[in-house]
Design a protein around this ligand. Structure first.
Ligand code: GCV
Length: 650
């Protein structure tokens, strides 16, 4: 039997307003009565206004909601106008209409009434995607929320939960989902075989009802592993024709298929390099196979040498994505989207924005974020990432374009999902804010992080002011706190190897992954200026100049870009070493404060949420202290410099 699960922000409660008249839904031009927009409206209104008598089409009803499709709107755009007597939602397509309906429902719930609204909205980013790292056996790579709800024992599961998931995603505007892990090689099951097409078709059709395209991660060497060919060379006609035939077979069998997601030549995954070909050769070969079906290839730029010798100070993993892809700008077919991680390393708590967002002016790009909190507390720590994602989207690349923010350079964003089969979907209830916020941010990035999180808190916990204020305070301060008690000033890593939870300053120092802090008794950080690895030169002026000197580099990225002595004075006026000590103490105090504030909500939030939260805040505090003591002791021993405040450094 399927385990119980929460409906999260779609768990509607009756509004606190008197409404007992008739309420009519009128489906005008092109709106099918059985489309998702209509069913969502019925579900919501019948719960929000239990006294209403719901009908279809009656002109005499006290309250009328009109729905129509308007071709003058962009396909996913909508207009919404409403007052005390009714509402009208027009969508550019059924998907746009659905988004407009969800917006209306959101307004009813957050405003707690039949409010006046007039707005025209269309999503900022055409592609708004979630990437699942779910394996066919039901495990999830970097999953902190239980098992997969897409797969069990090498079978695809389709259940009520799948429907609920599609509703949740559509309600925040997500329109694409890759269901299987990008580390696809070695998986016992290959989704590119006909045994799976029927289930994939059911899934694609289901997701499609909520405007979501289904994507599959594919193995670049599938012509060998699935097709039995001797090689997977993208320029080999036999390989090209194998993929063309495979695309024909799968696209004609599976409805709602959007395309393929590929991790190639990365961390052991096969790719075009094995045949002396480049990544444009690889991506375009697949893109041409998918083109007749309207399919897209989402090709990841997370390509680097993961067998580095730590003594080699010239090779810099941070440069790898740029060096691989920048020379290929303009060489990709128009149905290829390059998916670029938000920073050049790997979803650390603080990284500079990836320089590829500036230089790839003639290539479709999607930013890749990670909701799964691999390096940010694994959903045991509260770490709300929406402010950081927003900052990254707003970051200016100075690449000579009139509009030069990351947001202006991308046509999509994808995030590694943080969901699983836990009751609240994300292991920790507060981690749900990241799932919700990512979708809302991709749709309407002009909203502030505070607006988005506030909206989520209200939808999840109702209008209790004390609860809202405290949760908002915790969530908005959580990333800063996590950064303070873990890794200082953009240094990254320092976590325990493999599972990446908890502190170990030298855990990755002498390993092969290119992730070094190079701390010694005199100094710490990596010189990535032209005098060092040259990474800072991959940015346009003035960024390259700003990043290349400790005098101008922003403090929060100082150790990412510069190697400085412990006595270096930061812009705050503190020495580097004192900053490290202080921030670890401060971050811990914040974690303590969060736990105290959350405990004060007992009785104001439901008992299960309270229990789940307390358990996690307790662990967060324990782990924050561990980080504080281990990192402070590490730098104290190396530098030999005492804390100005005489605190014990362990
Ligand atoms: C799916 C990091 C993670 C891996 C992940 C990889 C990626 O290295 O630790 O689990 O693999 O990123 O993004 O491909």
């Amino acid at each position: 039997m399927e385990a119980a699960y929460s409906k999260l922000w779609l768990d509607y409660k009756p509004l606190d307003i008197p409404f007992s008249g008739s309420l009519a839904i009128r489906c005008l031009k092109g709106v099918r009565r059985d489309c998702a927009a209509v069913s969502e409206l019925i579900t919501a209104l019948s719960t929000l206004l239990p006294g209403a008598e719901l009908t279809f089409g009656a002109d005499s009803a006290a309250f009328i909601v009109e729905l129509d499709i308007a071709d003058y709107l962009s396909p996913e755009g909508y207009t919404l106008s409403a007052d005390e007597r009714g509402a009208s939602v027009s969508g550019g397509s059924e998907a746009g209409l659905l988004y407009g309906v969800f917006d209306y429902i959101r307004a009813l719930v957050t405003e707690q009434g039949l409010t006046r609204i007039s707005r025209k909205v269309s999503p900022a980013l055409p592609l708004r995607m979630l990437d699942h790292w779910d394996n066919a056996d039901g495990s999830i790579e970097r999953g902190y929320s239980g098992r997969s709800f897409f797969f069990r024992d090498n079978e695809i599961i389709i259940s009520d939960r799948t429907v609920q998931y599609a509703r949740l995603l559509a309600s925040v505007g997500i329109n694409a989902v890759a269901i299987n892990n990008v580390n696809v090689r070695g998986e016992a099951v290959r989704f590119l075989t006909s045994a799976y097409y029927q289930k994939l078709d059911m899934l694609g059709e289901l997701l499609g009802r909520w405007g979501i395209s289904l994507y599959l991660s594919v193995d670049f060497s599938a012509p060998m592993s699935v097709g039995g060919l001797p090689a997977a060379d993208p320029l080999d006609p036999a390989v090209q024709s194998w993929w063309r035939e495979k695309a024909r077979e799968i696209f004609s069998s599976v409805r709602g298929l959007g395309g393929f997601l590929v991790k190639a030549d990365s961390e052991g995954q096969p790719g075009p390099y094995a045949y002396g070909r480049d990544h444009a050769d690889g991506a375009n070969m697949l893109a041409r196979a998918l083109k007749p079906w309207g399919g897209k290839v989402i090709w990841r730029c997370f390509v680097y040498n993961c067998s580095q010798d730590w003594r080699d100070t010239r090779t810099d993993r941070a440069c790898a994505g740029y060096n691989t892809f920048a020379p290929l700008d303009g060489h990709f077919d128009d149905n290829v989207i390059l998916q670029v991680k938000n920073g050049p390393m790997d979803f650390q708590v603080r990284e500079p924005v990836h320089p590829l967002f500036g230089v790839m002016k003639n290539t479709a790009l999607a930013a890749e974020f990670q909701l799964a909190q691999e390096y940010t507390g694994q959903q045991l720590h509260v770490c709300c990432l929406i402010p950081m994602f927003r900052e990254i989207m707003e970051f200016r690349m100075h690449n000579g374009r009139d509009k030069d923010r990351v947001l202006d350079m991308i046509s999509g964003a994808a995030a590694v999902s943080n969901t699983g089969d836990s009751f609240c979907w994300t292991g920790s209830e507060l981690a749900g804010a990241n799932l919700y916020g990512f979708g809302r941010l991709c749709f309407q990035p002009e909203l502030s992080a505070e607006d988005i999180i506030d909206e989520w808190v209200t939808l999840m916990f109702g209008g209790n002011e004390e609860v809202s204020e405290k949760l908002l305070y915790i969530l908005l301060g959580s990333h800063e706190a996590y950064e303070k008690y873990t890794v200082p000033l953009g240094l990254g890593w320092m976590c325990k190897p493999n599972h990446h939870y908890g502190p170990d300053p030298w855990g990755y120092e002498f390993d092969r992954w290119g992730t070094y802090n190079r701390a010694d008794r005199d100094a710490v950080g990596i010189d990535r200026s032209g005098r060092g690895t040259g990474y800072s030169e991959l940015y346009y002026p003035p960024l390259c100049d700003i990043y290349s000197s400790p005098e101008t580099c922003p403090d929060e990225l100082l150790l990412f870009f510069c190697r400085v002595p412990y006595t270096h004075v930061l812009k705050s006026g503190k020495t580097l070493i004192q900053h490290i000590y202080d921030s670890h103490f401060e971050g811990c105090e914040q974690a303590e404060e969060f736990y105290r504030l959350f405990r004060s909500l007992e009785g104001s939030i439901d008992a299960e949420t309270f229990r789940n939260g307390c358990e996690r805040f307790k662990e967060q505090l324990r782990c924050a202290k561990e980080w504080r003591d281990i990192v402070n002791a590490f730098f104290h021993r190396l530098s030999g410099i005492e804390d100005e405040h005489g605190r014990r450094l362990y």
